[in-house]
Design a binder for this molecule. Structure first.
Ligand code: ZN
Length: 325
């Protein structure tokens, strides 16, 4: 396939130059909209299927990386000449449970602007929409197809690279139905806890998975667990990605597996009915499990097809670049 790296580098450099400065105005979300974070492991994360059904590992990627197959859960860092490490702020790494302890001792919150810890968003983050709209994370999975068969609007899916290359036909169906696809990293780590190199690896491999499978480069990025701060942003911006967060959380993942949460489906639908009254917003949902997909179908039946995808929410282009297949 068509030497995408050349395009990637040149088009991204252009985009990075025209992007808003890093220390732009910081907006604080209402505290009741702060996302509740927990491990979301739906059993499909890191699924490795029949290799003969995977997206073939393209020659251009073999030439560039020196590898011959897709990586596992920990993708190797491949240096990229358009990434400027001087632009990455020196924010210490912190784990998902450290929001309120170690990190706050070290830092001024304003400079970190963490979405999951502080409900902080930067000027170029997308977190709402003029029309109430669903978004779906963690696919493609075994459950995704049933959702694709149910919804009639053009929605937004944030996919994991490792799932994309294992479910290429579902990805293709998503594209054929006109849905917008963004990246949700390669294998769903909490990015603020990774080194700069490992964050780059998670993003570059997810982009290569989309390029090899769908012949396009993503414009939109949703951080797993909402884990984004100004160090993560400084890296994802250099890939030309815009962060997409949310202002309505269904907490649908709490109903998956052996979760002992008291959160019920009824609670979710009650919230959705309130959001429908408000008319606006981006809803966080998941298509990584059958249970969350069944909930998503019911939510769709409540809201209806009059929704926007994320590119339409902000009047943006759907992809950074699309290549002829
Ligand atoms: Zn996720």
């Amino acid at each position: 396939m068509k030497l995408p790296l050349v395009f990637l580098v040149s088009s991204l450099l252009h985009l990075v130059r025209s992007r808003a400065p890093l220390n732009s105005n910081i907006t604080k979300l209402p505290s009741n909209e702060a996302p509740y974070m927990n491990i979301f492991n739906n059993g499909t994360r890191g699924y490795v299927g029949d290799k003969s059904r995977q997206t073939p590992f393209p020659q251009w990627l073999a030439d560039f990386t020196g590898l011959s197959e897709w990586p596992g859960l920990n993708p190797p860092y491949i240096p990229l000449d358009f990434i400027d490490f001087n632009k990455i702020p020196n924010i210490p790494r912190y784990g998902q449970s450290e929001c309120n302890s170690r990190r706050k001792q070290l830092l001024n919150n304003k400079d970190v602007c963490s979405f999951d810890c502080d409900a902080c968003v930067e000027k170029d983050d997308i977190f709402t929409c003029p029309k109430l709209s669903q978004t779906f994370d963690d696919g493609p999975s075994f459950a995704t197809e049933s959702l694709l068969n149910h919804i009639k609007n053009k929605s937004t899916f944030f996919n994991l690279g490792i799932n994309i290359i294992n479910f290429p036909s579902i990805y293709q169906k998503m594209m054929d139905r006109g849905h917008l696809i963004g990246t949700h990293t390669w294998s769903h780590p909490y990015l603020p806890n990774l080194s700069n190199e490992d964050i780059i690896a998670e993003i570059e491999w997810s982009i290569w998975a989309m390029n090899a499978t769908g012949h396009h480069l993503p414009r939109y990025f949703r951080p797993p667990y909402g884990g984004i701060d100004n160090r993560v942003r400084s890296i994802t911006r250099q890939f030309g990605l815009q962060a997409v967060l949310w202002d309505h959380d269904t907490f649908d993942w709490r109903l998956v597996g052996s979760n002992n949460s008291r959160h019920t489906e009824r609670d979710i639908y009650k919230s959705v009915i309130n959001w429908i009254r408000k008319k606006t917003g981006l809803i966080l949902e998941h298509d990584g499990a059958f249970k969350t997909v069944e909930i998503a179908k019911n939510i769709y039946d409540l809201i209806g097809p009059d929704q926007l995808n994320v590119a339409e929410c902000v009047g943006g282009t759907p992809y950074l670049k699309t290549f002829p297949s």
